[in-house]
Design a protein around this ligand. Structure first.
Ligand code: ADP
Ligand code: GLC
Length: 487
């Protein structure tokens, strides 16, 4: 099958969260199964032109109102046959942020930027004569693709007549909502505002259009697929998802074992495996040293790596006078390490808390290296998400022998198996209600298990490390879904 993925993020080129990891890993897994897979993404400012190769210069892309000249660059995803094509249009993508910056968190011209990405994807296909069987979009930022593909269906002799569209929803909370005035930036006939499903309460909603126009819809875990059909989880689009329930599937993400493997991870100060855990102690020491915590082999270390967004349960952990971090640090004999960036109030509060509490250390910012040090050097990983479509960090934690402490929601419920105090079975600690108290008591229970039932703690480490979260299995399911789309 010829598969074209369109995404605003692809690891290692541009990443703000798990979307980048998921798209790259899925593309690789599909390609390893013998499919012809390509990815289109923007060439952001940070992607140095010198590190990629020029494919085509000055390709004419019609925005619906005007024609612009776009350059295409390309590169290969490491250790794979997947080609990544970069849409180089300085005016739109030559910026520091992917979606915005600290002054303008959501660039006002995003409707134009991400329409251009989609239109450029079509131009690239026609220019190179490579017409995909499937155009697979990811999240709101590539939702113009199914809309344009539907237009092609109505155009006689379109080369895309037999191409099908699949949309994967990685997060229902981000929909690409803009004032209706921005619709002219999309270069579509006005009637498409309603017909393609953009219109929601008088505004533009990209995700809604994507859900309306795609042949098949998926999301990234079976439990989340159920949750988005409810009012609580659907962010206003649950009704539409229910209407499309027959074409909607939950497929659990995997973990790229070539990349996320403690036995070979080159970011770690020492490698280790389920059979030989000695290296994990070295990672732990390095973590304590790097974050300025006392070198203590006996005290449990609890880590967090997160986008600091409401979705991640940050209020319940960090909000002044409300969150449980202060209480955890003062009442539990444990060390805490946080790596994260995002909402300003939360970044500030983390710094304040770390300044007050000797057993809390934090890095506010984005660091791949530090995030891997936390995954490997900690004993527990806290992820109290309000909702979580899949979540990759809890999976990485299990593979690195770090027990996740998670709220039972979405992909967290599908991947973490609750500890059984009678048998020592399970891979982590889970809780239901999202309150500072439930987080506190679950962390307390985990710490207690570390001190008093160490054999259970070690058994769970082994159970987690031996689990497989295979992209190969996920790729099989995506191929079935592509067939359902009519390929
Ligand atoms: P989401 O995509 O909702 O942020 P996931 O758990 O699926 O959640 O994926 C998060 C990814 O982003 C992981 O690979 C995680 O390590 C990474 N990440 C998040 N915040 C940071 C940070 N501050 N520094 C480094 N990596 C981060
Ligand atoms: C989103 C979700 C996260 C998921 C990731 C990759 O960012 O928030 O739960 O793991 O996409 O699918």
């Amino acid at each position: 099958m010829k598969i074209l993925m369109i995404s605003a993020e692809v690891f290692p080129f541009a990443k703000t969260g798990g979307l980048a990891d998921a798209v790259a890993a899925l593309a690789k897994a599909l390609s390893e199964k013998g499919n012809d897979v390509k990815i289109v993404m923007p060439r952001y400012y940070k992607i140095d032109r010198k590190t990629v190769s020029l494919l085509k210069k000055g390709v004419c892309v019609c925005t619906g109102q005007q024609e612009v000249a776009v350059d295409f660059y390309c590169a290969r995803l490491e250790k794979s046959a997947v080609e990544v094509y970069f849409v180089d249009y300085e005016k739109c993508f030559g910026r520091e942020g992917l979606y915005g910056n600290s002054f303008e968190p959501d660039y006002h011209d995003n409707p134009f930027r991400f329409s251009l990405l989609a239109r450029a994807a079509f131009s690239l296909c026609t220019e190179t004569g490579w017409i995909p069987d499937i155009m697979h979009s990811h999240d709101w930022s590539s939702c113009m693709v199914p809309v344009l593909l539907k237009q092609c269906m109505r155009t006689e002799n379109s080369p895309f007549k037999n191409t099908k569209s699949v949309l994967t929803i990685h997060n229902m909370g981000y929909q690409g909502r803009y004032p209706s005035g921005a619709f002219s930036l999309l270069g579509l006939p006005q009637e498409q505002f309603r017909a393609a499903g953009f219109e929601q309460y008088g505004c533009i909603n990209f995700l809604k259009a994507g859900i309306t126009c795609s042949d098949i819809l998926t999301t990234v875990s079976p439990t989340y697929a159920d949750e988005v059909k409810t009012q609580a989880g659907g962010f206003g689009l649950d009704g539409l998802i229910r209407v499309r329930a027959d074409s909607f599937f939950g497929i659990l993400n995997g973990a790229d074992s070539a990349d996320w493997n403690p036995a070979s991870d080159s970011f770690l100060p020492a490698n280790y495996s389920a059979e030989n855990m000695a290296g994990k102690k070295i990672c732990r020491r390095k973590l304590q040293q790097e974050f300025g915590l006392p070198a203590d082999d006996e005290v449990p270390v609890i880590g967090m790596v997160s986008r600091l967004a409401e979705q991640k349960g940050i209020a319940e952990v960090f909000a002044p006078m409300y969150g449980c971090m202060y209480r955890m640090c003062t009442e539990l004999r444990a060390q805490f390490v946080v790596v994260g960036s995002g909402e300003r109030w939360c970044e500030d509060e983390i710094k304040v808390l770390a300044g007050k509490l000797p057993n809390l250390r934090a890095f506010v910012g984005y660091s791949e290296e530090k995030s891997r040090l936390v995954e490997s050097g900690c004993d527990f990983f806290l992820m109290p998400s309000k909702y979580e479509p899949c979540g990759l960090n809890q999976i990485y934690s299990m593979l690195y022998g770090t027990l996740p402490i998670v709220r039972r929601t979405g992909g967290l419920a599908d991947t973490v198996e609750q500890y059984d105090e009678q048998t020592g079975c399970g891979t982590g600690f889970t809780f239901g209600d999202l309150t500072p108290d439930t987080i506190f008591y679950t962390v307390q229970y985990a710490v207690d298990t570390f001190y008093r039932r160490r054999e259970h703690y070690e058994k769970m480490q082994q159970q987690g490390m031996k689990k497989t979260f295979s992209w190969n299995d996920a790729a099989e399911k995506y191929l079935e879904v592509y067939k359902k789309a009519g390929v």
